[in-house]
Design a protein around this ligand. Structure first.
Ligand SMILES: Cc1cc2nc3c(=O)[nH]c(=O)nc-3n(C[C@H](O)[C@H](O)[C@H](O)COP(=O)(O)OP(=O)(O)OC[C@H]3O[C@@H](n4cnc5c(N)ncnc54)[C@H](O)[C@@H]3O)c2cc1C
Length: 281
């Protein structure tokens, strides 16, 4: 447990809102914007979901007071989507309303596939009232091309990611090459017809392809952004910003770091080695 928490420090801004604001300010100083996420998912009760809402409202106050360049990211299951979609919609609406008052953008993360349809439905319903909202779409899901076609039609801002959950092969590409090929195809769709899309990957081949595609199609650097996770490929993050691209760093904080850290561990076998090696050091 202590070892995992040591590993988590690399990926997480800290435990409190003050920690998140400090991390956001540090990113801004390096020419990077932030997307702050209060870690948590799968709220098991109405009270748990309500306490996540209260935390997000305090976070919005803190972002506004500090004047840092930061969006918000959230998970609808943290707001009760696993209990009822209506509850999650109500709770997300409270957060979006306050964020809108401060001109802050809010993005819904995409979660495991049993929640995909709920997240899209809740998003659609709220986006009409709150254009300061966007969501993430995963290139490993076979359905994503049609979701993107529908969502770009609504003018929604999409963050394209590969996808971080374990999914069955009938709904998700199992082969990494297929996930990457779909990412490349969806990236092109978003650059051509999306609204302010975020290309969220640390994959340098896909980042280079995005840059080349934008240049070849006359798409200027202010029409899209790159997004990456705190603690991953820091020099690449800074290099892209120095080249004039808009770069936003996903900056999670909070005591509920276990599930998020486990996903980061799974993504790269060297990370497992880091933990194993330290057990025997
Ligand atoms: C801003 C942002 C938001 C995200 N939001 C979501 C979301 O809402 N839903 C969702 O399912 N997923 C989300 N993800 C995670 C995403 O789905 C991938 O799991 C993650 O980004 C790794 O994939 P990759 O695109 O970097 O490509 P990969 O091919 O996995 O990695 C490319 C290279 O990046 C480096 N790298 C990747 N991961 C790690 C790591 N953990 N530690 C160290 N190095 C690493 C390695 O050098 C690797 O070779 C998000 C990712 C980003 C960047």
């Amino acid at each position: 447990m202590r070892l995992l928490s040591l590993f988590a420090k690399r990926y997480i801004a800290g435990i409190t809102i003050d920690d998140a604001i400090r991390a956001g300010r540090g990113l801004n100083d390096a020419g990077l914007a932030a997307a702050i996420d209060n870690l948590g998912e799968d709220a098991a009760s109405v009270e748990e979901a309500a306490s996540a809402v209260a935390e997000y409202l305090s976070l919005i106050d803190a972002i506004a007071a500090s004047r840092i360049d930061a969006d918000i990211s959230l998970k609808l299951t943290h707001l009760g989507a696993g209990i009822s979609a209506a509850m999650a919609e109500r709770n997300a609406g409270i957060i979006l309303n306050k964020a809108a008052e401060h001109g802050i953008f809010v993005r819904f993360d995409m979660e495991g596939s049993r929640h995909t349809q709920t997240i899209i439905d809740v998003f659609r319903s709220l986006h009409e009232r709150y254009p300061n909202s966007g969501l993430a779409i995963q290139s490993y899901l076979r359905r994503s091309a049609s979701d993107i076609a529908m969502l770009t039609g609504l003018g929604a801002s999409i963050r394209l990611v590969k996808g971080a959950y374990k999914e069955p092969p009938d709904i998700a590409f199992a082969d990494k090459r297929e996930v990457d090929a779909n990412f490349s195809a969806l990236m092109k769709t978003l650059l051509v017809s999306g609204t302010n899309p975020a290309i969220a990957t640390h994959d340098e081949r896909l980042i280079e392809e995005t840059k080349r595609f934008a240049v070849a199609n006359g798409i200027s650097k202010d029409r899209f952004s790159f997004e990456m996770l705190l603690g991953i490929k820091r020099s690449l993050q800074r290099r892209l910003a120095a080249e004039g691209y808009r770069v936003r760093i996903y900056c999670p904080y909070g005591p509920d770091w276990m599930a998020y850290t486990a996903r980061r561990l799974r993504e790269r076998k060297e990370n497992i080695w880091f933990v194993v090696k330290n057990i025997f050091d």
